[in-house]
Write a protein that binds this ligand. Structure first.
Ligand code: MEV
Length: 327
């Protein structure tokens, strides 16, 4: 009988199509080489330890309203227990290679890792589709749905990135399509503030209930950008990819999710020689990404730093969810 399993899943960066993906359009997302890790050990009680969250032997029980960070773990355990048809008891430890402030999808990565680790402890290996259904279900349990449209607030693209890894074309209604696997000359910078994804998705959904025609047009352009970006990625046309990013940033600004800081980091990158740049993720804060050739990278990095941004070094196309240890 398996006593202990360690599982991990990568964080993500949204390259194109965020927000529109919540409304059924395509997006491109890449898995990064910074991971969330979960260790589960068979036990007679369920307790969580996460040094990064300041939690030590925190008791997890059904029916308790946990803070967001713990809620993903608690709901994931409930989903696994529902799937297996029996209660799950385990000592759980989580740790991360990256700060939850960056918007790299730590909640989805921890959800996927914990479900994978608990299944491993029960000597089961789920196929990717079932792992996605359980993980996405958990994320919807925690993030909820829009109160008027009833639509889930999460598209599931970050769950897909955590499971499949690589760089993928994702849409809610279709299968995940893997894209090229080489490195992209991408620069990532943290804006210095964390934003609430749920709040921003709610805000856009609200705006779009009142201005359906405009939003549909913006989402359709976003979808076209994704299609063009797939072509540019395939032939490594970085200049075109950069231009498409800048247009995508403009769309996201029109939806009201950019900020003075994000706009200034995007402008600074482009003025210093980047082919293009955009916010990445929900907006409001978190990170920007820019397409930058090697010879202009230092100049762009310095321009970003002058605007108060912090360069984050990540590699793309990382491996998806995996079992790292089983005893
Ligand atoms: C957040 O990283 C990206 C959004 O599109 C939300 C989602 O797709 O779940 C804003």
């Amino acid at each position: 009988m398996t006593e202990t399993c360690i599982a991990s899943a990568p964080g993500k960066l949204a390259l194109f199509g965020e927000h529109a993906v919540v409304h059924g359009r395509h997006c491109i997302v890449t898995a990064i080489d910074k991971r969330m890790w979960v260790k589960v050990t068979r036990s007679n009680q369920t307790i969580l330890t996460s040094k990064q969250m300041g939690l030590y032997n925190y008791i997890i029980k059904d029916g308790v309203n946990y803070p967001k960070e713990v809620a993903y773990v608690a709901r994931a355990i409930q989903r696994v227990s529902g799937y297996l048809g029996r209660p799950i008891k385990a000592e759980i430890e989580t740790w991360s290679d990256f700060s939850a402030d960056y918007g790299f999808g730590s909640s989805s990565a921890v959800t996927v890792s914990i479900i994978k680790a608990l299944m491993c402890m029960n000597d089961l290996e789920l196929n990717d589709k079932t792992l996605f259904e359980l993980s996405y279900g958990t994320v919807i349990d925690v993030q909820g749905r829009h109160n008027k449209s009833g639509q889930p607030l999460a598209s599931g693209f970050d769950v897909a990135a955590a499971i499949y890894g690589g760089t993928i074309d994702f849409s809610k209604n279709e299968v995940v399509v893997p894209l090229r696997s080489g490195q992209i000359p991408l620069l990532v910078a943290y804006s210095g503030s964390k934003a609430s994804t749920v709040e921003l998705v709610n805000r856009v959904t609200e705006l779009c209930l009142d201005h359906k025609v405009f939003c549909e047009a913006l989402f359709n352009i976003s979808d076209q950008i994704v299609q063009l970006a797939k072509g540019a990625l395939a032939v490594e046309n970085w200049e075109e990819l950069g231009k498409l990013m800048t247009i995508n940033h403009g769309l996201l600004s029109s939806l009201g999710v950019s900020s003075i800081k994000l706009d200034s980091l995007v402008s600074a990158s482009i003025n210093a020689g980047a082919y293009g740049a955009k916010l990445s993720g929900a907006g409001g804060g978190d990170c920007i990404i820019a397409i930058v050739e090697r010879d202009t990278r230092l100049k762009v990095e310095n321009a970003i730093k002058r605007e108060g941004g912090t360069i984050i070094n990540v590699n793309l196309n990382a491996e998806g969810a995996r079992i790292d240890k089983k005893d």
